[in-house]
Design a protein around this ligand. Structure first.
Ligand SMILES: [Ca+2]
Ligand SMILES: [Ca+2]
Ligand SMILES: [Ca+2]
Ligand SMILES: [Ca+2]
Length: 254
């Protein structure tokens, strides 16, 4: 008995003496990365203490207000302790403590969140409750596209940027998808010497940003070529933008 106690003490002393990289982390009492509860535990109390009641409030939904999500106020109204008082309110998501206090305001990202409230009473008893909070995105993204130049000359079969930095933006989604539909009123190929394909291209220029190029080309037998460019965006919630459009002509003659 005495021997094993001594061995235990020795082990502790050795571990404490090891040059650990994180040895200067300081007190861990408020460490937000400490693994916390991921599912509600039910009432925990040692008699005669009665466990507190935890009420995490009704499920909530809020419109996403920024790329960071939305601010939501959590409420524990209805929580209490029949033989004492609650001294600690802790809110966890996936085992990480995200807030303390009876009515904290937190910023939650787009999507569904399961938040666990743990109440602790003045005798160390605990009880948990869960609230669902959904940050939704119902607003469509927008597209900005300026087509310039709108006419290309000479028709020497070279590619030209005609929409530089076309972009999609969204209140909630930091990187909405940008789509282009480009058409020509002439066939892409088969118009004689020097005809080259493809006649248009989209080059990514960053997240949700792109340049559009078209070829300075037209049929010598036609009335000039017209390219029509349409840009739309879709956010991750599936909301679609209205289209931004423009045309570029390659005239038959100057
Ligand atoms: Ca109690
Ligand atoms: Ca949106
Ligand atoms: Ca062509
Ligand atoms: Ca034409």
């Amino acid at each position: 008995m005495r021997r094993s106690s001594f061995v235990g003490l020795l082990s502790v002393a050795l571990v404490a003496a090891l040059p650990l990289g994180c040895a200067d982390d300081g007190p861990a009492a408020l460490d937000e990365t400490t693994e916390g509860p991921t599912s509600p535990q039910g009432p925990q109390a040692t008699p005669p203490n009665v466990a507190p009641t935890a009420v995490a409030g009704p499920d909530q939904a809020a419109e996403c207000a920024s790329h960071a999500g939305s601010s939501v106020t959590l409420t524990s109204v209805g929580s209490g302790d029949s033989d004492g008082q609650i001294t600690l309110y802790e809110w966890f998501e996936n085992g990480t403590r995200i807030a303390t206090g009876p009515t904290p305001t937190v910023t939650l990202a787009y999507g569904a969140h399961t938040i666990l409230l743990r109440t602790t009473d003045d005798d160390g008893g605990t009880n948990d409750d869960v609230v669902m909070v959904t940050i939704r995105d119902t607003r469509a993204p927008t597209v900005a596209m300026v087509v310039s130049p709108t006419s290309l000359w000479p028709p020497n079969h070279t590619m030209h940027v005609v929409a530089r930095g076309a972009s999609a933006s969204d209140v909630c989604d930091p990187a909405p998808a940008l789509h282009f539909a480009i058409t020509s009123d002439e066939p892409e190929n088969g118009l004689g010497d020097g005809d080259t394909a493809p006649d248009w291209a989209v080059q990514a220029a960053g997240a949700s940003v792109a340049d559009v190029l078209v070829r300075a080309e037209r049929s010598g037998l036609g009335d000039g070529r017209v390219y029509t460019i349409s840009a739309t965006a879709t956010d991750r919630a599936g909301n679609g933008s209205s289209a931004a459009t423009g045309t570029v002509t390659v005239p038959h003659n100057q």
